[in-house]
Design a protein around this ligand. Structure first.
Ligand code: NAD
Length: 288
C-alpha cells in the first residue's frame, strides 16, 4: 500500500520504519528536518509538506503531539488533499472531543477515519509490538487494520469514533492510580520493617496483584527489572503521564463521571512533573 506518515518523532519514526519493513511504500512528513532525514534512512520517501505526502495514498497515519496540532494538520493538509478513498488513522493521544470533531470533518468529505492511540512506548514503537485501541465504524476499522498490524502486536476495535481515545485515557488513569498505590504500599511495608522483596513476593501473588507491582515494580532491586533499576530513566515519562491524566480529567468532567482518585492522581503527578517531567512515572515513589 501507499501510506502517508505524518509526525516522525520518538514514536512515529519507529512506526513508519515498520511500515517500510512490511513492504509498504511510505511517504513521510515532519516539521523537523532531522526527523525527515531519519525516516529517509529507514526507507521512507520524505516530502516537504503533509499535503504532498498525502497525494495518491491508500492510507494516512499520524503520530502528533496534541489535539490542536492533529486538528490543524487534518483540516488544512489532509482532508481534501488525500484521495477520498484513503483511510485516515490518527494514532496520537488526544482528547475525545477533538478526535470526534476531526472524524466528523473527514466523514463529511467521504473519508473513512479512525482514532487509534497506542499502548506501549518508544521501544514497542520501534519493535512493532504496540497495542492499538481503535475507535471508528466497522468498515473504517477493517480498512485500517492491515496498516496497524504492520506496527503492532494487537489491534482492538474499541467501538465508535472516540472509543480508542476513551480506552487509552481510562487505562492510563487506572495505571497512574495503581502506580501511586503500589508505591505507597511498598514504602509503608518498608517503614514497618518488612523486607520490600518479601512484600513483593507476597503481594504479587495475593489480592494486591497488579501490573504496576508485578510487571513494573517501582522500587530499585525489588521484583522485576524496571526503570527503577535505571534511576527512573527511560520508560514512560512523567510528563506524558500527566498529559494523559489531564485529558482523562477533562473527559471525566465533560461526561459527568465522578473520578476522585483520578483527580488526586493528577494533582500528585502535576507536582512531581514540575521538576521530574522526563523521569519515568514510577519515580513517584521517591516522593513518598
Ligand atoms: P514527539 O514529540 O517525539 O514527536 C512528535 C513529532 O511530531 C515531532 O517530530 C514533531 O516535529 C512532529 N510535528 C509537530 N507538529 C507537526 C506538524 N504540524 N506537522 C508535522 N509534524 C509535526 O512525540 P512522541 O513521543 O513521538 O509522541 C507522539 C504521540 O504519541 C503523542 O500524542 C503521545 O502522547 C503519544 N504516545 C507517546 C508515547 C511515548 O512513550 N513517547 C507512548 C504512547 C503514546
Amino acid at each position: 500500500m501507499k501510506i502517508a506518515f505524518i509526525g516522525l518523532g520518538n514514536m512515529g519514526g519507529g512506526m513508519a520504519a515498520n511500515l517500510v519493513k512490511a513492504g509498504h511504500s511510505v511517504r513521510a512528513f515532519d516539521l523537523s528536518t532531522p526527523a525527515r532525514e531519519a525516516a529517509e534512512a529507514a526507507g521512507c520517501a520524505a516530502f516537504d509538506s503533509a499535503k504532498t505526502a498525502c497525494e495518491g495514498v491508500d492510507a494516512v497515519v499520524s503520530m502528533l503531539p496534541n489535539g490542536a496540532i492533529v486538528k490543524a494538520v487534518y483540516e488544512n493538509e489532509v482532508i481534501g488533499h488525500a484521495p477520498h478513498t484513503a483511510v485516515l488513522i490518527d494514532c496520537s493521544t488526544i482528547d475525545v472531543a477533538t478526535a470526534r470533531e476531526v472524524a466528523d470533518a473527514a466523514h463529511a468529505q467521504g473519508y473513512k477515519m479512525v482514532d487509534a492511540p497506542v499502548s506501549g512506548g518508544i521501544a514497542a514503537a520501534a519493535g512493532g509490538t504496540l497495542t492499538f485501541m481503535v475507535g471508528g465504524e466497522v468498515h473504517a476499522f477493517d480498512a485500517a487494520k492491515p496498516v496497524l498490524e504492520a506496527m503492532g502486536k494487537a489491534v482492538i476495535h474499541a467501538g465508535a469514533v472516540g472509543a480508542g481515545q476513551t480506552a487509552k485515557i481510562c487505562n492510563n488513569m487506572l495505571l497512574a492510580i495503581t502506580m501511586i498505590g503500589t508505591a505507597e504500599a511498598m514504602k509503608m511495608a518498608q517503614k514497618l520493617g518488612l523486607d520490600p522483596q518479601k512484600f513483593y513476593e507476597i503481594s504479587s501473588q495475593s489480592s494486591g496483584y497488579n501490573w504496576s507491582l508485578n510487571a513494573y515494580t517501582p522500587m530499585p532491586g525489588v521484583g522485576v527489572e524496571s526503570p527503577a533499576d535505571r534511576d527512573y530513566q527511560g520508560g514512560f515519562a512523567t510528563g506524558l503521564m500527566l498529559k494523559d491524566l489531564r485529558l482523562a480529567m477533562e473527559a471525566a468532567e465533560g461526561a459527568g463521571a465522578n473520578t476522585p482518585l483520578g483527580a488526586h492522581a493528577r494533582e500528585i503527578y502535576e507536582e512531581f512533573a514540575e521538576d521530574n517531567a522526563a523521569l519515568d512515572f514510577s519515580g513517584i515513589i521517591k516522593t513518598l
